[in-house]
Design a protein around this ligand. Sequence first.
Ligand code: SF4
Length: 285
Amino acid sequence: MQLSVAEPHGMCSGVARALEIAHRTLDAYPADTLWCFHELVHNEHVVAELQRRGAIFVDDIEVIPQGARVLFSAHGVSPAVRKAAEARQLEIVDATCPFVAKVHAEARRFATESAPIALIGHKGHDEVVGILGEAPERIHVIETLEDVVTLRQTLSEKTLMVLSQTTVSEAMYEARVAELKQAGFDVCFPNALDICYATRERQQAVRELAARVECVLVLGSRNSSNSKRLVEVAESVGCRAHLITAPDDLEQIDLTGVQQLGLTSGASTPEALLNELRQRLEVAH
Ligand code: SF4
């Protein structure tokens, strides 16, 4: 079996930055004094390592003791969460990725203008929840064609500002924008695309890889948006693709007869894990 690895793949600058912030904070203070609001990044191996070092993960600001230290994840938080943290006099360590912060800034700016905002993204994802919180009465999350249809039926305005989650696939983004136009909206965009460079480069790389291999394995967590998108992009060019969370998952995948196998990893997957996967495949095949 011949192995090919997509380039680029794996950890992006936003995740590396968030990890550095977390580890430096853990280095500087005693154990069990850093409370992380939500998973720092969507990868269970990364979270387990931080837990091992004494970080405490919570999904509710109210359970953090008054005056303690809180770390906001790379996915960012809503103004309401920030306010709740301030009300509890928490010391905030902010690891929000700058590309996510940019979308928050756009949402705040656009919310002061007259047009409503369509946010193309996956409902319930931490990043989308945070951006939506900038102006919940002005922002409409658009994930599917049905959301576009509902928006057309409920909005009287013709002009729409369009933002997106940083990790949606370019195909999904383009499809929803085309549907919004078809529904009769005049759409306006920020100066620069919201899908981040890391998402775009990794999707382009896996698209090219998937066109020349029989199967692609994407190493990443099940709740990692960008990892799931890599699977979809590989499948979109007719390639078989699987999301695996750890090298042990290989046992569940039938690679019989596969001569050309492609590998890639999500933006929050440690490189050491991909190397382990690679080594196991090289030994087994
Ligand atoms: S995937 Fe993009 S937006 Fe998300 S952390 Fe990485 S660089 Fe930032």
